[in-house]
Write a protein that binds this ligand. Structure first.
Ligand SMILES: [Zn+2]
Length: 300
């Protein structure tokens, strides 16, 4: 090791960064400073002026930059929103520019599943160089794959959109504009519709407590099919399952895990399946967005 590292001037502490997790249901923000996340706040996405709320929090908390996870697809430059099935008002929106105008700060956007997995990999202490699949069931069904420390992007930088793989026989219209997507039958939005139609008056948080065994098993099987499709495509060494839905009372986790194993290719990757549930406190997306922005800021 070169001794010159010892004589280098002490590195300045990293500036505080605001992380924002823009979900279809909740907007969460928090400040990352000295490796600690603090001041986490939650708002209802539908009742909040998104840009102003994030900009106000950044200014008030003294942030030097903003990182925001968006539940949808972004342009390659990560400036403009392309398609947000569960927040249609953001489609085509120049979100990075609007946030920069409102906050006066540099803004770094990414897909929300990338931010969630960034936070979870950090919190679970997973090796960053592995192949890690993140599946997040919230209002929608988000996903991403890290390989060698970077998210898989694809030719158009769209990433891994497990929520929009087609399920044969599914005639439901999806928020993305297509018909038959996995997300239309495996998501929090589906549970909300189901409760509204079949069990009116029941809070969506109790959906798994009131729905019939048949419906619950079908939900578990549909989610397992989506996860197994990604397992067989990407051969991950770790799968992280997170989001608000797996944290709900009565979520059929054992049935989902059994279904993933049943549909995973034998002997491998089935025999090496390592599925972990994410911390369920809702902080991973905020932390991941802040870590992502801090990394980008340091690279400037
Ligand atoms: Zn879709």
């Amino acid at each position: 090791m070169n001794n010159s590292t010892e004589t280098k001037t002490k590195k300045a502490p990293a500036p505080p960064v605001l992380g924002a997790d823009v979900g279809g249901t909740n907007l969460r923000v928090g400040l990352l400073q000295n490796a600690e996340l603090s001041d986490v706040r939650q708002y209802s996405t539908r009742q909040t002026e998104l840009v102003q709320t994030i900009a106000d929090a950044a200014r008030e908390l003294g942030a030097a930059a903003v990182g925001a996870g968006v539940p949808g697809t972004l342009d390659r430059a990560r400036r403009r929103v392309l398609n947000t099935p569960n927040l249609p008002s953001l489609a085509g929106y120049e979100l990075a520019a609007r946030l920069e105008d409102a906050s006066g700060l540099p803004v770094f956007l990414e897909n929300d599943a990338v931010m969630l997995l960034t936070g979870d990999v950090h919190r679970l202490g997973l090796p960053e160089g592995g192949v890690i699949l993140g599946v997040y069931v919230g209002t929608g069904l988000g996903s991403c794959v890290f390989s060698g420390g970077s998210p898989y992007l694809g030719a158009n930088a769209i990433g891994v959109e497990l929520g929009h793989i087609p399920f044969p026989g599914n005639a439901e219209k999806c928020g993305c504009g297509n018909t038959g997507c996995a997300e239309s039958c495996v998501s929090g939005a589906y549970l909300e519709r189901l409760v509204c139609e079949k069990y009116p008056g029941t809070p969506v948080a109790d959906a798994f407590s009131v729905m019939s065994e048949e419906l619950k098993l079908r939900y578990a099987e549909n989610l397992a099919c989506a996860i197994a499709a990604a397992v067989n495509l990407f051969d991950p060494d770790t799968v992280i399952l997170g989001g608000g839905v797996p944290a709900m009372r009565g979520f059929p986790l054992d049935e989902v895990l059994r279904g993933v194993y049943a549909h995973a290719l034998k002997p491998l990757p089935a025999q090496s399946l390592n599925i972990k549930t994410a911390p369920d406190d809702g902080a991973s997306g905020v932390l991941g967005a802040a870590l992502f922005a801090a990394g980008r800021l340091a690279a400037i």
